[in-house]
Design a protein around this ligand. Structure first.
Ligand code: G16
Length: 544
């Protein structure tokens, strides 16, 4: 195989964020930009020679071009097997599963997740290690460091590969497998859930459902599993065809971006269950007739009900949530005497806990939940979990949620995002909050007495690595919290997130509308951060 060494100069902006490197497509299209980053990854890994690599993405604009470039760089760097999803498609959880199943060295996943796609929108790339999970900060720091000094990359002189036909072939010693992206993942799901019960519940019409794939990657996965394997009627999966620009939409499964689905679920035509997933298939939003289940509640309910699911029927080892995720799951863990871990935002922080068998379930407020079956969050897994639960408990989503609140109390929750804020202003807000922290503990604001105020720092209990500055926490004596954090996934300016959580125990308080129930906390958060004066914004960009 002929290998060219191509000279390039480093870019200074290739620091991976919460989940890989995410930038505008036009940034990735700059000369050598993608190639530099991929070579920086390979240079930072121990030894790629003779290894196998999984490769695929969510099908967004630039996916195909990027895959052809990566194939040539991977071949030149000595990989001897590439496992690629047909059409260049792989959902993030399916890629994680393929890495594990094939004992691959790692994988490159091309996605900017829930960010919009298209020629002027976002693209992204991340490296997953051999456990199937996102590379930890130890690796991502090394990738960045290498990217700052790189001056050349290697490329094999190969023709473009036909990505659209399933095949297995060799080019000068390099084995390439173009595989069906869905089959292995669907088989895995059938080992976790009670597919017979689900088939029966759907065919008897006990469960009716609607799944919104938002013109992103889960379309083919949901059609195969929900419609073909479980027998849901054709048309159950809406917006099921993956498109390079997601049909002009924002593939972010929340009440704002999956509006059509939300409207259906709060109408008299609502099916028993509905869900949506994001660009790369790792997020989920769960709805029942007239009810939206917050991701934090969903995690807590899963933890409390795991024994209903075949794969977890013997019990779970423990649970984990990202720091800004509500404390609902902590209450379940306490009641059931389960270990419970609080990690920084980013799925990569769950990997060590899962590998060490300290936890079985984990999740985040950002519409993500998952288990030890892969090392990524998994949208369709969450959907199947809920369907299995409804089928087993023979109760509606609303009844399941309300019973949960009665038993454990409710953490009323909301997130306010201020997007595309000038980075300097955002940093000033955080510096201001940092200065305030030592003065806050013991202060009272009406019913809110501050119990602690700190900046979250995480020490990984397995490898003892330390991650600092992971968000500002203000905890109140009544169990409520305000958290401030800067997003690590945005591509324009800074996105400032305010997470608000109020714990209520009385049945009369459960049904409150979140923005009303949280009004005093919202005001306090705005007062402490001075966000409105400093940004000139009158309100958040998105409230979820
Ligand atoms: C990624 C990470 C998640 C994180 C989310 C939001 O999700 O995998 O762990 O919670 O981003 O991060 P941030 O608040 O920093 O924007 P995804 O679905 O975008 O890959």
């Amino acid at each position: 195989m002929n290998i060219k060494t191509i000279s390039s100069s480093p870019y200074d902006d290739q620091k991976p964020g919460t989940s890989g490197l995410r930038k505008k497509v036009t940034v990735f299209q700059q000369p050598h930009y993608l190639a530099n980053f991929v070579q920086s990854i390979f240079d930072s890994l121990d030894n790629c020679f003779g290894q196998s690599l999984v490769l695929g993405g969510d099908g967004r604009y630039y996916n195909r071009e990027a895959i052809q470039i990566i194939i040539k760089i991977a071949a030149a760097n000595g990989f001897n097997e590439l496992i690629i999803g047909q059409g260049g498609l792989l959902s993030t959880p399916a890629a994680s599963h393929l890495i594990r199943k094939n004992k691959a060295y790692g994988g490159l996943i091309l996605s900017a997740s829930h960010n919009a796609g298209g020629p002027t929108e976002d693209f992204g790339i991340k490296y997953n290690i051999s456990n199937g999970g996102p590379a930890s900060e130890k690796y991502t720091d090394a990738f960045f460091k290498r990217s700052l000094e790189i001056n050349a990359y290697k490329m094999a002189e190969l023709d473009d590969i036909d990505l659209d036909t399933q095949a297995e072939f060799k080019i000068k010693g390099l084995k390439i497998r173009i595989i069906d992206p869905v089959t292995d993942y669907a088989e895995l799901m059938a080992t976790i859930f009670d597919f017979d019960l689900l088939k029966e519940s759907i065919s008897s019409q006990y469960i009716s459902l609607c799944f919104d794939a938002m013109h992103a990657i889960t379309g083919p996965y949901a059609k195969r599993i929900l419609e073909e394997m479980l027998g849901a009627p054709k048309g159950t999966v809406i917006n099921g065809e993956p498109l390079e620009d997601f049909g002009g939409g924002h593939p972010d499964p929340n009440l704002v971006h999956a509006k059509e689905l939300a409207q259906l679920m709060f109408s008299d035509k609502a099916p028993v269950f509905a869900a949506a997933s994001d660009g790369d298939g790792d997020r989920n939003m769960v709805l029942g007739a007239n009810i939206f289940v917050t991701p934090s509640d969903s995690l807590a309910i899963m933890a409390a009900n795991a024994h209903y699911i075949p794969a977890y029927s013997k019990g779970i080892r423990g649970v984990a949530r990202s720091m800004p995720t509500s404390q609902a799951v902590d209450r379940v863990a306490k009641a059931y005497n389960l270990p419970c871990f609080e990690t920084p935002t980013g799925w990569k922080f769950f990997g060590n806990l899962l590998d060490a068998d300290k936890i079985t379930l984990c999740g985040e407020e950002s519409f993500g939940s998952g288990s030890n079956h892969v090392r990524e969050k998994d949208g369709l897994w969450a959907v199947l979990f809920w369907l299995n639960l409804i089928a087993k408990r023979r109760q509606s989503v609303a009844d399941i949620v309300h019973e949960h609140w009665q038993k454990f109390g409710r953490d009323i929750y909301s997130r306010h995002d201020y997007e595309a804020v000038d980075s300097e202003i955002a940093n000033d807000i955080f510096n201001h909050l940092r200065e305030l922290l030592p003065t806050l503990t013991g202060k009272n604001f009406d019913e809110y007495a501050i119990n602690y105020a700190d900046e979250f720092c995480y020490q990984d209990p397995i490898d003892n690595s330390i991650s600092e500055q992971q968000g500002i926490r203000i905890g109140f004596k009544n169990g409520s919290r305000i958290v401030f954090r800067l997003s690590g996934t945005g591509t324009v300016g800074a996105t400032l997130r305010i997470y608000l959580e109020k714990f209520v125990k009385e049945k009369t308080e459960y049904q409150q509308e979140p923005q009303q129930a949280l009004a005093n906390l919202i005001e306090l958060a705005e007062q402490l951060s001075e966000i409105k004066q400093r940004t000139g914004r009158l309100e958040p960009t998105v409230i979820t």
